[in-house]
Design a binder for this molecule. Structure first.
Ligand SMILES: *Cc1c(COP(=O)(O)O)cnc(C)c1O
Length: 322
């Protein structure tokens, strides 16, 4: 296992990102405060470049490429926010990028990834192994593969979301973070260590895919089948080795949210806060609202991790009585 990143890596990432990533706003809602009986500070990464926090980890990693790596280019396999983040971060740094995506990935996602400047290589999900394809292309063209979460520089970059939140609002009692592979949660844990050591950091994952909760309780990585959930950014089968090491040591807990609670949260964000949030982006708020943590009377941070959702799908979530 490579060395675990530390708070210093998050602070260094923040310096690299300054002027390149958006410093996203911290939003307040008197509705949320009243309902949770707490002071709630929302870090709105749905307003980040490419619409999700993943630009942070991607940019931080590419900024540390050697000249040789930059010339050859970067490769990622993803059909989601990581793909767009790598594509745009690569373009802004003048690095060629190749994204491996399933043939049946949503056309809008493929188009967006191309618009950000990537070459998209497709494969058949049912007959081909994407990791094998990605490895082959990487070797043939000398590309550097950047994984979506289990990578020290990716983790450090994601942590800058919490670093900015602590800088802007001061220490917090709790910080709730959406959790898929655990990159964002681990980075936020490191930021808390440096800036708010008393803050309890809690990862929130979809109930249908509670592998991280099982892993946290068991003290070893538990793998599950791909979960069925509307939180498509957290449909991971397991956390990573680096992310698990950090979560196991430093997280206060891992909670879950149901799809119904996510839909309720999306409606809350639309109706009360006037913002578009994707289902995965609502995990932390749902966890703070319905979870077991006793947050009354405390100062609570909630990371809204992204806002990328097809409008038709979003309309179905938001439509009343569905
Ligand atoms: C990737 C993603 C997550 C999960 O992040 P991990 O680092 O894999 O835990 C949460 N929300 C959104 C919007 C994402 O794109």
């Amino acid at each position: 296992m490579t060395a675990l990143p530390t708070y210093n890596d998050v602070a260094a990432a923040a310096r690299r990102l300054a002027g390149h990533a958006h410093r996203t706003p911290v939003l307040r809602s008197s509705w949320a405060d009243a309902e949770l009986g707490a002071q709630v500070f929302f870090k709105a990464e749905n307003f980040q470049r490419t619409g999700a926090f993943k630009f942070r980890g991607a940019y931080n990693t590419l900024a540390q490429f050697s000249d040789e790596q930059r010339r050859a280019g970067v490769l990622a396999f993803s059909s989601g926010n990581h793909a767009q983040a790598i594509a745009l971060a690569a373009r802004t740094q003048g690095i060629p990028s190749v994204i491996v995506m399933p043939l049946d990935a949503p056309a809008t996602k493929m188009a967006a990834t191309r618009e950000y400047g990537a070459q998209v290589v497709t494969y058949d999900r049912f007959t081909e192994d994407r990791e094998a394809i990605a490895r082959r292309i990487a070797v043939e063209r000398g590309l550097t593969l950047v994984p979506p979460y289990d990578h020290a520089q990716v983790i450090a970059g994601q942590g800058t979301a919490a670093l900015e939140l602590f800088e802007d609002v001061g220490a917090l009692d709790y910080l709730f973070v959406p959790l898929g592979g655990g990159g964002l949660t681990s980075g936020c844990l490191l930021a808390a260590q440096g800036l708010a050591p008393q803050c309890r950091v809690i990862g929130v994952e979809p109930e249908a895919g509670n592998d991280a909760q099982q892993s946290f309780r068991a003290g070893r990585i538990v793998r599950i089948a791909t979960p069925q959930t509307i939180a498509d950014g957290a449909q991971t089968q397991s956390v990573g080795e680096l992310t698990f090491a950090l979560i196991r040591q430093h997280a206060d807990d891992v909670l879950t949210a149901t799809d119904e609670q996510l839909v309720e949260a999306l409606r809350f964000f639309a109706a009360r806060m006037k913002i578009v949030v994707e289902p995965t982006g609502a995990l932390a708020f749902a966890g703070a609202r319905h979870g077991t943590a006793d947050i009354r009377g405390t100062r609570v941070g909630v990371i809204i991790s992204g806002g990328n959702v097809d409008l038709e799908r979003y309309a179905r979530f938001i439509a009343p009585g569905v």
